[in-house]
Design a protein around this ligand. Structure first.
Ligand SMILES: NC(=O)C1=CN([C@@H]2O[C@H](COP(=O)(O)OP(=O)(O)OC[C@H]3O[C@@H](n4cnc5c(N)ncnc54)[C@H](OP(=O)(O)O)[C@@H]3O)[C@@H](O)[C@H]2O)C=CC1
Ligand SMILES: O=C(O)[C@@H]1CCC=N1
Length: 277
């Protein structure tokens, strides 16, 4: 299916996550850069994005820029911080043509029902992406809104399955997904750096240690996904009796590694929900 052939895509918010998605879309060849429009309030950021990707930049520090973007595109991605949304949504709603436009919101913690209080009629999908979309290895939770047309739900799934793994989920499951995959690249980054610190302590160069740690996370994830190996068996298969890995495992358990990971997911979701309250 040529999901996006002939479609123009617009991002309101050209920050880190917006860039993660549109760079993945461009990398996967779903649209050419001339069909991509990005609105942001910082000219320097827009210039950087235009130089890097050849996209169409629009300054949206006034509502005129938002209107200009919406007039150009079919799909409108809402990629600003949730705190910015209440100010923007009423104007966005006025600019939408219900026959032409549909909205994909990636704003953390903002429910479809909240979006629909202002975007009352448009076909919309809530998506919770993550930054690895930029290398087409993302993970996205997808929730169609109550006015979502079937073709837009199918399109969201198709796009996000081409730049990673797209999962259609009931909305209450988006919070836990966010705690793992939305926030997870930060947690995995910390783990890569911490593993690398261990390697540096033992004499590796920082660059080699980071490469080795990152490749180990990628490879381990692939074994779980591609070979269906349960994580606990994966661990058991590496722990030789009386060997080094069980020594490291005992040390991780003593230092509360599992509890730290569990609490990171739970606290991330609690904090995100405080912001949108
Ligand atoms: N980062 C991530 O890993 C993930 C983020 N998300 C969600 O994605 C959304 C964006 O996050 P992220 O990209 O990290 O945030 P960023 O702060 O990096 O990006 C948001 C961008 O929107 C700009 N902006 C503010 N007001 C406007 C406006 N009126 N018109 C256009 N642009 C505007 C900001 O400019 P300025 O900085 O000058 O205010 C900034 O460049 C959030 O809702 C977040 O919850 C979801 C999943 C993962
Ligand atoms: O930190 C945040 O709130 C956003 C949502 C998920 C990842 N980043």
């Amino acid at each position: 299916m040529d999901t996006l052939t002939g479609k123009k895509i617009g991002f309101i918010g050209g920050g880190r996550m917006g860039e993660g998605i549109f760079s993945g879309i461009l990398k996967a060849g779903l649209i050419p850069p001339e069909d991509l429009y990005v609105a942001d309030i910082v000219d320097q950021r827009l210039q950087e994005l235009q130089e890097k990707y050849g996209l169409n930049p629009i300054n949206s520090s006034t509502n005129e820029g938002i209107k200009q973007l919406i007039d150009q595109v079919d799909v409108v991605f809402l990629a600003v911080l949730p705190q910015v949304a209440p100010k923007l949504l009423p104007f966005i709603n006025q600019c939408l043509d219900l026959e032409r436009h549909y909205v994909f919101s990636i704003m953390g913690g903002v429910l479809t029902s909240t979006l629909e209080e202002t975007l009352t009629q448009v076909s919309l999908v809530r998506i919770m992406p993550n930054t690895p979309m930029s290398v087409c290895a993302g993970c996205a939770g997808i929730v169609p809104g109550k006015n979502c047309k079937p073709e837009h739900k199918a399109m969201a799934l198709e796009i996000f399955n081409q730049i990673g793994l797209g999962l259609l989920l009931p909305e209450p499951q988006i919070d836990p997904l966010t705690g793992i995959s939305g926030c997870g690249p930060a947690f995995c980054g910390i783990m890569i750096q911490a593993l690398a610190d261990g390697g540096v302590y033992l004499g590796l160069s920082r660059a080699d240690a980071i490469k080795i740690a990152a490749q180990t996370l990628v490879g381990t994830g692939k074994m779980v996904l591609e070979q269906g190996i349960h994580p606990e068996i994966l661990k058991d298969n590496v722990c030789s009796p009386g060997g080094g890995t069980i020594g490291g495992t005992v040390s991780l358990e003593r230092d509360g590694f599992r509890a730290a990971c569990i609490n990171a997911v739970i606290n991330a979701v609690d904090r995100m929900n405080e912001v949108v309250k």
